[in-house]
Structure formats: C-alpha cells, structure tokens
Design a protein around this ligand. Structure first.
Ligand code: SF4
Length: 240
C-alpha cells in the first residue's frame, strides 16, 4: 500500500528525502516499525534519527568503507582499529594508541573526529605497508570518525548487512521494487504529463491511488503474483 507520495525536482537526491518522508508519516501517525529502502536513502545519521526520533528501523545497506578499493585488499580499513570513546583514543592493529583526537566539522557542517597516530610510531611499524604512506613529520595514519552514535550504527550496519540473516530480512525490499515497477509500467510515472511540480505531484497522487486500487483488487480476487520479467536480451539465451 502506498501511503505517502513526495514529488521533488529531479536534482533532489534520495538521501535528502529520508527524513522528510519520515516526518510526513509521523504527522499522519503512519510511521512503520521498519522501513525497507535502497542504499540511496541510508546514511549513518538517517539510521540514528529514524530510530531515535520516529522509532523506525531503517532497513537498507550502508555504503561500504572504500579504502580497500583505493589501497588494495590488504589495507587496514577503519574497522581494523579499536575505538575507545571514553578516553577518545584509537588502538591500531599493531597495538599502538593514537596521539591526537580533535573535533572538527565537514564542509557540510557534519561534526567529525579527526584521529592521528604519531609519525614516529608509524615510521618504524612493520605493518606500515598495510596502513599508511602518510608522514608529514608529525602525523602518521589518520582516521575520520562520525559522532559516536552514528559511527557505531554505521559499523554495525556494515557488519550485519554481510550476514545471510540480514540479507534474508532485506528480501522484503523486492516487494517495494515490484510496486515501483508496477507503477512505472501501469501509470508511466517516469515521465510527467504536466508542467510544474504541483500538477506533477497531483499526477503522482492519482497514480499512487490507482496502484493501490489495482493491488487491492488483485488481493481481493486472489490474482496470482506476476512472474519476474525476463529482458528481451535474456530471452535470446538458449540456455535460459
Ligand atoms: S602504521 Fe601506524 S597506525 Fe598503522 S599499524 Fe603501524 S603503528 Fe599502527
């Protein structure tokens, strides 16, 4: 059942809409216990805010730590470091403690913690080739941490999304994708028939209403679920 329709300019990103959607659902007392979304709607801040402000479990994959792509598989990702939030120190895989933790802000305003290890420690480390090339005379390896609740939510999500259990749970998202696909095919919502956001939004509301009626009718009449569609290209495969 489609319960909320948000229409935006094409330049608005999915991640900008997560909180707005939850707020709109909260105002109508329609917040779900769990919201299955694709990766575009998930940030560490969104996971925490959805949980603490609306009681919603935001179910979607978080972006991966990209340091392996940048530096190779044997590079120490941030997850290899142990963070002690009480003492504001981080211990590296070699057992060395960080020497600096400063509160800073990204250009977007997001607060972050910048953590540094001493260049002297890293310079003589036998694991250095897996860790850092940095040596500006003062600092060796450095890390950027989100606020504690966000960093812990992000680390937890990155770990759990690799498990079979989480993957099974996330299969429910296929139902949302099916609904979107149905709306695209039955109501052609990829292209607006109207000029301007208000009329386009009205068109989307009508399309959502139509889809709800179509799905309700299919449920009442026990219409079998459609099969996964096969592309024209896949149909040409004789082994398929
Ligand atoms: S290079 Fe520095 S931070 Fe990395 S493992 Fe060695 S001592 Fe620790």
């Amino acid at each position: 059942m489609i319960t909320h329709v948000a229409t935006t300019d094409a330049t608005v990103t999915d991640t900008e809409m997560t909180q707005e959607i939850h707020q709109a659902l909260a105002e109508r007392e329609l917040t779900p216990g769990e919201h299955a979304v694709d990766a575009g709607y998930v940030t560490a801040a969104h996971i925490v805010t959805a949980r603490t402000e609306h009681g919603i479990e935001l179910l979607g994959p978080a972006g991966l730590d990209t340091c392996h792509q940048q530096h190779g598989e044997d590079h120490f990702a941030q997850s290899a470091f142990a963070i002690d939030w009480q003492t504001r120190t981080v211990t590296c895989p070699q057992g060395v403690a960080s020497v600096s933790w400063s509160d800073q802000h990204k250009s977007s305003g997001t607060p972050i913690g910048r953590v540094h290890f001493a260049a002297q420690d890293c310079r003589q480390c036998p694991l250095r080739s897996h860790c850092t090339n940095a040596d500006n005379g003062k600092w060796g390896r450095s890390l950027t941490l989100l606020p504690r609740d966000q960093q812990q939510a992000l680390d937890t999500r990155r770990q759990e999304q690799l498990t079979d259990e989480w993957q099974q749970r996330y299969h429910i998202r296929a139902g949302v994708e099916g609904t979107i696909s149905q709306a695209v095919r039955r109501t052609a919502i990829r292209h607006t028939r109207y000029i301007g956001l208000p009329k386009t939004h009205l068109g989307h509301v009508l399309a959502a209403t139509a889809i709800n009626i179509i799905r309700f009718d299919a449920w009442l009449t026990e219409t079998p679920l459609g099969k996964t569609r096969t592309s024209h290209l896949a149909n040409l495969d004789p082994a398929a």
